[in-house]
Write a protein that binds this ligand. Structure first.
Ligand code: PA5
Length: 475
């Protein structure tokens, strides 16, 4: 069911950038004239993204995901129902873009102790995302799983990522040893035609598979089957998620950055970088949104950290994303943000209506330092602390702005996902780099292949063997 205009307006995500300007920050903030100076670059970035949206060859197919997946969504909903009825556990095997999105959506939209709830309250299987090859983690996951009652969603565009394929080898072996038909326990999300998962599927005689579309890179994949299948298995309304994304797309049509939330955020970040703020802190005041920071960190870091422009000129650009959680990190990192170097810009993610209020009871009446809390709610407290931290940073001349979600639900999460993806595409265009490649990641992948003896990497293995630590520098 589509939301009507009033419902959409009531759930509209907003961006407040007052604390980026000279209004309260004086000379530490941007004047109107300074921001106006970015108008031309912002317009050019908007034009570039608008002209190239949907182009697979440029890896911009993700822009169309809110619109072109009706059949896929219907199929995913059927599969999800089957999984919910037949399995006790659902495990995502993937890394990077294949794991961070599913983790984020799970944490944002499900009960924070989902796996600990009884089955009737969960409604779906227990849920795990395994995005590492720490041997202890793998072994200890298997200690709490019965593989014969588990569905494994193997997500890899290339099917060549050592981490994911190692995990696949381990679970396939266990399933075989338990006398199970592997193909009944795995679902692949991968490239349509290329890659090893396609070959494995053929060998196993046809595994239920979803396509990671050509024009969609890992970190832009949460709104395709990479994220939609796990979300649907969890009972998340994936149609609402896509509707939220489409709504944000609609809000980002204008080329004037003051009327386009994603272009505004991109412009604020670029202006900050150019003014020496090379650290971008993402600080949600919501445990449900804490993994948005992890997902965003990959999106921002892997997309913008580049050493060559589109015109082939050497550069070293990008901004280091830092993850923080309100209020937890007020008691950890905020001291540094307030008084340390002027090298950061903080993005707050705020929530207007939390799904719980949690009233604070009266008590300790003889101790005014404690009793003043009674009669308020925890929602009031977290919001007060959010406002207080933004105020303190502003008083200290620190750039910060706030993205507010009226509540955390599918529609608002869809909006912020699309907002951050578009923001990244705009920022990449302003930096004149290839936002959608990741040669730095590929280099590490290849070196791992060489170290573990993959055919074709002998030369690199020799070089790596010679690159061992020099004992004179080891104490
Ligand atoms: O965003 C990206 O492209 C990467 O983080 C990939 O998602 C990650 O390296 C995993 O690659 P693959 O999907 O090929 O297994």
């Amino acid at each position: 069911m589509k939301l009507n205009e009033n419902e959409r307006n009531a759930l509209r995500v907003t961006v407040d950038y007052t604390n980026m300007t000279d209004k309260y920050l004086g000379k530490k903030g941007f004047s109107k004239k300074q921001l106006d100076g970015y108008e031309k670059a912002a317009k050019a970035a908007h034009a570039y993204v608008s002209e190239n949206r949907g182009k697979d060859e440029l890896f911009m197919g993700w822009t169309e995901l809110p619109y072109n997946q009706d059949e896929i969504v219907a199929d995913i909903l059927k599969t999800a129902q089957h999984v919910r009825e037949n399995f006790e556990n659902f495990v995502v095997l993937g890394i990077g873009g294949s794991a961070l999105g599913p983790t984020m959506a799970f944490n944002a939209l499900c009960h924070l102790h989902y796996n600990d709830l009884p089955k009737e309250k969960r409604g779906g299987p227990r849920f795990f995302v395994e995005d590492n090859v720490d041997p202890v983690r793998m072994k200890e996951l298997l200690d709490v799983l019965d593989v014969t009652k588990t569905c494994f969603n193997v997500i890899s565009k290339s099917g060549a990522t050592s981490e994911t394929m190692t995990q696949y080898l381990i679970v396939a072996d266990l399933l075989k040893k338990a006398g199970k038909d592997v193909k009944e326990h795995v679902i692949f999300t991968t490239d349509e035609k290329r890659g090893n998962l396609v070959k494995i599927s053929n060998e196993l005689g046809g595994v239920k598979s979803y396509v990671l579309p050509d024009g969609v890179g890992g970190r832009f994949s949460e709104l395709c089957p990479v994220g939609l299948l796990p979300a649907a298995v969890l009972g998340i309304d994936i149609e609402k998620l896509l509707q939220g994304a489409a709504y944000m797309d609609e809000l980002c049509k204008e080329s004037d950055f003051r009327n386009n939330p994603a272009l505004l955020c991109a412009t604020l970040q670029i202006a900050s970088m150019e003014n020496g703020k090379n650290i971008g802190v993402m600080m949600p005041y919501s445990d449900n949104l804490r993994f948005v920071s992890d997902w965003y960190a990959q999106l921002w870091a892997e997309s913008l950290g580049k050493n060559v422009t589109l015109k082939g000129k050497a550069c070293n650009v990008g901004q280091t994303p830092v993850k923080a959680l309100g209020v937890t990190d007020q008691h950890s990192q905020v001291q540094l943000y307030t008084e340390g170097p002027y090298d950061k810009v903080v993005t707050f993610l705020s929530v207007t209506n939390y799904k719980e209020k949690s009233p604070i009871p009266h008590g300790c009446e003889n101790i005014p330092d404690v009793s003043f809390l009674g009669g308020h709610t925890m929602e009031e407290l977290i919001q007060a602390e959010n406002k207080a931290t933004a105020y303190a940073l502003t008083k200290a001349g620190r750039l910060n702005y706030t993205i507010t979600l009226p509540e955390v639900n599918e529609f608002t999460l869809g909006q912020i996902l699309y907002l951050f993806e578009l923001q990244t595409a705009y920022a990449g265009a302003m930096l004149d780099i290839d936002t959608f490649n990741q040669p730095g990641v590929e280099a590490g992948k290849k070196a791992t292949f060489a170290l573990l003896g993959k055919p074709g990497y002998a030369e690199q293995k020799k070089e790596l063997d010679q690159a061992d630590s020099d004992p004179q520098y080891v104490i």
